[in-house]
Every structure is written in C-alpha cells, then in structure tokens.
Design a protein around this ligand. Structure first.
Ligand SMILES: [Zn+2]
Ligand SMILES: [Zn+2]
Length: 140
C-alpha cells in the first residue's frame, strides 16, 4: 500500500483521497513533469483542482509551442507537464512559464531564479568546483 503526501503541491491543502473503494475520483490532479529529459521526470506531483485550474488557465496542447504564451520551444528548452493519467495531454512551457510553474510547487526547493533560469537544466551533482591549488595534478 502506497502512502504519499496527499497535500496540494501548490497551496498545501490536504487533497481528499477517494473514500472507501479504490478507483474513486481523486479530488485533485496528479501530474508529471520533466524538463525534456525522462531521467529528470518527477511523477509525484499533486495539485488540488483549484490550483491546477489556476496554474493552467488557458493551457493548450501545442507541441513545439509554450502552452501558455505560444512561444516556440524545443523539446529540451521547455518543461513538459501532464496529468499523470493523460499521457497525451502534455503541455510544453517556455522558460518564463516553466519557472513560474515550478516556483509554485512547494516541493521545488530552492526556488529558481527567473533571471538565471535556463533550459535544459544542468544536473551535475558535483559540489562547487572550486579551483584549488592542489598538489600538481597530472592528467593521465
Ligand atoms: Zn491547491
Ligand atoms: Zn510561455
């Protein structure tokens, strides 16, 4: 049995689970997002209906264009968002709209700086690569 955080990723309200029998409609929307790279996919998104509706006012599915402002985007220069159970309903979001979306999510920490935000995201986990004057580093 899986228990996951049943709070809206945006407003933090508890999203009521279907009562009793499985298969009842969830009072929220589970969603999946990734920045054009399946390895960075996060499929644990959950939003209550009102936040989801608000986050996607007029989002249109338009491959190659931002779902909000229709700016041309490429696969890796956009954020891909879709409801968990609707593989065909993917939106692509341009950088400004991607950062706006991501920064609404409580699970996204730290928040992105809209000014410096660029897609594709760089995912190096390497800690700061300070150049230190180490003892002679020889290549090879
Ligand atoms: Zn909410
Ligand atoms: Zn846009």
């Amino acid at each position: 049995m899986t228990v996951w955080d049943m709070h809206c990723d945006m407003c933090g309200r508890l999203v009521p689970a279907p009562s009793g029998a499985a298969g009842g409609p969830l009072a929220g929307v589970r969603f999946v997002y990734h920045p054009g790279s399946p390895s960075m996919r996060d499929d644990s998104g959950l939003a209550c209906r009102s936040c989801w509706t608000e986050a996607a006012p007029a989002a249109r599915m338009d491959p190659g264009h931002c779902a909000v402002c229709a700016a041309p985007v490429t696969r890796v220069s956009s954020l891909h968002v879709r409801p968990f159970d609707s593989p065909d309903a993917t939106w692509q979001l341009c950088e400004p709209h991607a950062v706006e979306f991501l920064n609404r999510l409580r699970t996204v920490q730290p928040k992105f700086d809209p000014v410096g935000f660029r897609l594709p995201l760089h995912t190096e986990d390497a800690p700061s690569q300070d150049r230190q004057n180490g003892p002679g580093e020889n290549e090879g």
